[in-house]
Design a protein around this ligand. Structure first.
Ligand code: ZN
Ligand code: CU
Length: 507
């Protein structure tokens, strides 16, 4: 007689905490992990499941948390979320870089930044509660947690008039909008001071808008004003905003961009350490030396190479080199970029040694920064997590597997306050991933960016398999992870085990 809904047998459990792996059977009842039965415990019970999966010594880890995504409306438009489920991802943190799909009060205000995340205006919403209801109505396969974008707040309050600092009255309106969204379950604020809709904002503006974070236990994430020559000053600005808001800081996709800045992780990581001694600071990073965002004229010069990922005005250019397009047209790259607007691009702007240094830092979480609506996306959209596991962990031995998994699960859940997730522990949610550590690897590359990885066998969300043996199961058990519900989980079930996942925001 089965006592459980699902049993995964003979798994090497890498539990998300960074602790050494152990062999166990893991039993799931409903949406929770009911028992972790270690094989070194001779008294362990025998359990049977309605569904049994023989891991055969493969790894069972917590489902990966993609802490840096732009999947806000992809959860609605592509509810199977194959690009992420195929990597072992079970939760996506949306609303990064200053852009979120709520609260959108003036949908007519268009910007290239917002068009990265909202392709169908019907998927945006004027308040967070109705946006979350839209996500739930779409029944996505994966869980979503949502940040509110400062650029979205600006467009809602200031309309098209964005090339200036906000007035006191506008700051107050943005602050109240953020407060309402946090009240409705958003988990924090993101800013993108690099981008035109927010570049004119002062430090003081963002710090004052961010003020409700401290009270609500929200997180502040930052696509910084400058990731190149002035990266240190931008880090200081980011830390200041977090301090003034009383909020944990996450520096987004940390990098040192441009040849002149190659090697400067030697400066930025110690700066990160100094800040971490005084306030909660972490960062996310993706495992590639190329970035991707809107096609921005100022970013062309410092890139070794620029690939166009989409253009709304010129057909047939996705995947092509900007230099080739410019040559065809007999113009320079800047002029070609102007003619392609609005458009997106991939920029080769980082040193491999810097990427490795960032990945290996104790404050580093893995975030894909994938752009789900790009015609020819950066391969990070499909490849990030298997690439860290297969290339950086197994092939390059940058860190042990337990450490790699920790940066995708436990560290991420703790940093973002995703209580009840991120660890394989009795009583926590059954978000799980079974993979083959000997073969897992990304296949997506810059030429063929939408190839699913290999080695990810089974992905389980809230106790239900969403991905098995290279294909979606068709099940869509994902949830909106609202801040209050996360907080309400004081510990795993009623048990005494108050693991790190129960700690809420903080390090
Ligand atoms: Zn960004
Ligand atoms: Cu981003």
């Amino acid at each position: 007689m089965p006592t459980h809904d699902l049993v995964i047998r003979d798994a090497d459990v890498v539990d998300g905490s960074g602790a050494p792996r152990f062999r166990a059977d893991v039993a799931v009842r409903g949406d929770r992990i009911d028992a972790v039965l270690r094989h070194d415990d001779a008294t362990r019970a025998v359990v049977r499941g309605r569904l049994e999966i023989d891991a055969g010594g493969r790894v069972l880890a917590p489902g990966f948390i993609d802490v840096h995504t732009h999947d806000d409306t992809a959860l609605i438009a592509q509810p199977e979320m194959a690009m992420k489920a195929s990597q072992g991802v079970t939760t996506v943190v949306c609303g990064n870089c200053g852009a979120s799909a709520a609260p959108v009060l003036r949908p007519e205000v268009s910007s290239a930044l917002l068009s990265l995340i909202v392709r169908d205006p019907a998927h945006a919403a004027p308040d967070f509660a109705s946006f979350a209801a839209r996500v739930e109505a779409a029944r996505p396969a994966l869980n979503g947690a949502f940040l509110i974008g400062h650029s979205t707040l600006r467009a809602s309050v200031m309309g098209e008039d964005l090339a200036r600092a906000a007035t006191d009255a506008e700051i107050e309106r943005m602050r109240l909008l953020l407060d309402a969204c946090l009240e409705q379950g958003a988990i924090g604020l993101s800013s993108g001071l690099f981008y035109p809709p927010a570049a004119a904002a002062t430090t003081d503006e963002v710090a004052r808008v961010a003020e409700p974070l401290g009270r609500h236990g929200g997180v502040y994430t930052a696509h910084m004003r400058d990731e190149g020559d002035h990266v240190l000053a931008s880090m200081d600005e980011t830390f200041e905003i977090g301090r003034r808001a009383g909020a944990p800081v996450v520096v987004s996709h940390h990098k040192c961009a441009g040849r002149a800045n190659f090697g400067r992780m030697r400066e930025t990581l110690p700066r990160m350490d100094a800040a971490r001694a005084a306030q909660p600071v972490a960062f996310d990073v993706y495992p590639y030396t190329a970035s991707s965002t809107i096609l921005h004229p100022d970013m062309i010069e410092r890139a070794e190479r620029v690939l166009v990922t989409w253009s709304d005005t010129v057909a047939g250019v996705a995947g092509r080199d900007l230099a080739d397009i410019a040559a065809d047209w007999g113009v320079d790259a800047r002029e070609a970029a102007r003619r392609l607007q609005p458009a997106g691009a991939i920029y080769f702007t980082m040193a491999e040694a810097d990427v490795r240094a960032a990945l290996a830092h104790p404050g580093a979480m893995i975030g894909s920064d994938g752009l789900p609506f790009d015609a020819h996306p950066h391969p990070r959209l499909w490849g990030t997590f298997p690439r860290v596991l297969g290339h950086y962990c197994r092939e390059l031995r940058l860190f042990p597997l337990e450490d790699a998994v920790h940066r995708m699960t436990g560290l991420s859940a703790t940093t973002f306050g995703l209580a009840g997730r991120g660890f394989v522990r009795e009583g926590l949610y059954a978000d799980l991933c079974v993979f083959d550590a000997a073969t897992v690897i990304d296949r997506a590359d810059f030429a063929s960016p939408c190839l699913p990885s290999i080695g990810i066998d089974t992905v389980i969300v809230n106790g239900v398999p969403v991905w098995r043996d290279g294909a979606p199961t068709g099940e869509r058990p994902g949830r909106v992870l609202r801040r209050q519900a996360l907080r309400a989980i004081a510990g795993p079930g009623d048990g005494p085990d108050r693991g790190p996942a129960a700690a809420g925001p903080g390090r």
